[in-house]
Design a protein around this ligand. Structure first.
Ligand code: NAD
Length: 363
């Protein structure tokens, strides 16, 4: 069956890094007959310039009829003067809410070849490969009531509501268990069940649904301990599932364990596995157009798309291995360059990955 992919390159370095991901996917497509079909669309500043909206109707129609969305990055100085409602970043938020993408997957992977880039000791992080699954559309960020009110004594008071319904917890829990099944089958649910009733229910529901996934080993951890463990011994984790607020903080901390923003992919999924895949970095206006951006986060986002939306685990592994082989061959873009390595451009890095895909080696 044809697999329809909407390609939204976006702004800044978006088009440069996307070109490399498509190059890699095209090569794999012809080698493995994956029936991938691409259609380009505009988002962010590029869409505003063309249609006066960062998420125009043409793009809405495109993403709705597609099975997956591959996105570069949005934003840039040029559009910062616009009203907030039409800024590039709004396009991304609207895309996520239009498609109901509630499960945010943020891997933290540290290739042994880049272990020196981390601020932690290489032996603690070398080979790190963990996944944080963050609930993206509920919790305290959206709970009502919320606001700032004046108390009887005239003092101002800020307040928010942490709320999760059983169905919301079940939905993100199932998504996380299924992801753990595709990895090392260990799931750690992070909460603050000793203090917050909302997360006490979270823990109970996670236990309830665990019976449907007997092959996955479920554990629980309080968020303060999880923060400590992430910087003490991050390799103990396989998959972490947590709420919107805790996931926001923990996923950024985990990403920074790796020290290289140009290497990290991400995904946001709906209940049926349809997803949007994008690098965690932004549009990097400071290096846009110079041909030096690292395309590996986008290439690895494409690998995630094959695994999580299309269930093509073997194809995903081939891309991940090719990235590893390219690093083994000592080719590096400027952001991950170190003494003794060969500095390459964005497209040369893409070529190195394609070469590894074709020959099992970088030539
Ligand atoms: P950024 O991630 O774009 O850049 C931060 C730093 O990392 C810069 O020095 C940049 O050159 C470098 N960098 C990022 N990606 C790189 C890559 N692939 N290769 C090499 N170096 C890379 O963050 P920023 O500078 O804070 O934001 C720039 C613009 O991107 C803003 O308009 C912001 O709103 C937008 N943004 C978009 C997204 C997104 O599209 N999901 C995410 C974050 C920021």
């Amino acid at each position: 069956m044809i697999k329809k992919i909407a390609v939204l390159a976006g702004d800044g370095i978006g088009p440069e890094i996307m070109a490399e991901a498509i190059k890699v996917l095209n090569d794999l497509n012809s080698q493995m007959n994956l029936a991938l079909e691409f259609e380009n669309g505009l988002i962010g500043g590029a869409a505003y310039d063309e249609y006066g909206s960062p998420f125009p109707q043409q793009t809405i129609d495109l993403v709705k009829k597609s099975d997956a969305i591959l996105l570069g990055a949005v934003g840039g100085k040029k559009w910062e003067v616009l009203d907030i409602s039409v800024r590039p970043e709004k396009g991304l938020l609207r895309l996520r809410s239009t498609l109901g993408l509630f499960s945010n997957l943020r891997p933290a992977i540290l290739y042994p070849q880049l272990a020196d880039a981390s601020s932690l000791k290489p032996e603690l992080v070398s080979g790190l490969d963990l996944m944080i699954v963050r609930e993206l559309t509920g919790g305290i960020y959206f709970g009502q009531p919320r606001g700032i009110r004046i108390l009887e004594n005239g003092e101002r008071q800020g307040f928010n509501t942490a709320v999760y319904s059983e169905s919301e917890i079940r939905r993100i829990g199932r998504s996380a268990f299924q992801i753990a099944q595709k990895r090392n089958k260990k799931l750690c649910s992070v909460d603050k069940a000793n203090v917050l009733e909302c997360t006490e229910l979270w823990r109970t529901v996670m236990d309830e649904i665990s019976v449907d996934y007997p092959d996955v080993q479920l554990s629980h951890m309080y968020v303060d301990n999880a923060a400590m463990q992430l910087v003490r011994a991050p390799k103990q984790f396989d998959v972490i599932v947590t709420s919107n607020l805790f996931g926001d903080v923990l996923s950024d901390a985990a990403a920074m364990l790796t020290g290289s923003i140009g290497m990290l992919p991400s995904a946001s999924l709906d209940a049926n596995g349809k997803g949007m895949y994008e690098p965690i970095h932004g549009s990097a206006p400071d290096i846009a157009g110079k041909g030096i951006a690292n395309p590996l986060a986008t290439i690895l986002s494409a690998a995630m798309m094959l695994r999580y939306t299309f269930n093509l685990g073997e194809a995903a592994e081939r891309i991940e291995k090719a990235v590893n082989d390219a690093l083994d061959a000592n080719v590096r873009t400027a952001d991950i360059f170190s003494e003794g390595m060969t500095k390459v451009s964005t497209s040369e890095m893409g070529d190195a990955v394609v070469s590894a895909l074709q020959n099992g080696a970088v030539v």
